[in-house]
Design a protein around this ligand. Structure first.
Ligand code: PML
Length: 266
């Protein structure tokens, strides 16, 4: 897509003022009609219900997207041998996140991380050493945006993931690749807020995107994301990168299905 004019196409669907779903793409002009159709169908067929407002925004990108390779994806082959607590304890340790910080973030995501107890539209930003939240607006959080994957890379991702591929996973691994590319982000924890989507993940810098099955009880309409930060972060620059800098995934890595012990050795 280099050299061609690119557009961001974003969809956001709400009901009674509550966020139901959102998705976005980076596209050439000729692809816009097809993409708006696809995104509106997605908005109308969401497990969280029928929206009363669908907002589709199309804008010309001012900057060329940063080309990135997708994070390697890991599935824990022997997850049934561990309780969720054991699993998260081991994974937080691997990520150099103190257990007490990791679990308090996990609990906040499960109960609605906004001070109102609602699901946040954006992510929590957590100082990994202190556990202090850094996002200026604790109700909204920081919302990762302006990212997509090329058709060739998506084809490759579908091939390596096989029947484990889901559209939620695709969007999530793209987002996580963008977020972990920032020098101050060491990890990202995600629990879907879709009531019927119980697979979440912890992405760890230098390892990859680790899928975690049954990270929440089925039917729970809560969840969200947390970005774990190390070092002195310039918040303005960080927010500008996460919310406004376009990123395009141009290649994928591998999809590994391994025992936990092997993932922890990566
Ligand atoms: C979401 O639905 O917003 C998050 C999706 C997480 C995907 C986890 C996976 O299947 O790998």
């Amino acid at each position: 897509m280099k050299g061609k004019k690119l557009f961001s196409v974003k969809m956001r669907a709400c009901k009674n003022g509550e966020h139901i779903s959102g998705a976005e793409r980076i596209a050439q002009e000729a692809q816009i009609p097809e993409i708006t159709k696809e995104l509106s169908q997605r908005a109308l067929n969401h497990s969280k219900g029928k929206p009363d407002l669908i907002n589709i925004k199309i804008e010309l990108l001012e900057k060329e997207p940063i080309p990135l390779k997708l994070l390697p994806i890991y599935e824990i082959e022997d997850q049934e041998n561990f309780s969720l607590k054991e699993l998260l304890t081991k994974l937080f340790k691997k990520a150099n996140i103190d257990e007490s910080v990791g679990f308090s973030v996990y609990k906040a995501l499960l109960s609605g991380a906004s001070p109102s107890g609602r699901v946040m539209r954006g992510a929590m930003v957590v100082d990994t050493l202190t556990g202090i939240r850094l996002e200026p607006d604790k109700f909204r959080g920081i919302r990762a945006s302006y990212m997509d994957i090329t058709e060739e890379a998506l084809k490759k991702l579908k091939k390596i993931a096989g029947n484990r591929f889901t559209p939620n996973m695709k969007d999530a691994v793209i987002l996580s690749t963008k977020v972990l590319h920032h020098k101050n982000v060491i990890a990202e924890l995600c629990v879907s807020d879709d009531p019927d989507y119980t697979t979440g993940y912890l992405s760890i810098k230098g390892v990859g995107y680790i899928r975690i099955k049954n990270i929440k009880p089925y039917g729970l309409p809560k969840g969200g994301r947390a970005f774990f930060i190390k070092g002195t972060v310039r918040l303005k620059e960080f927010i500008e990168y996460i919310e406004s800098t376009p990123v395009l995934i141009v290649d994928t890595a591998e999809y590994y299905c391994l025992p936990l012990s092997e993932i922890l050795e990566v």
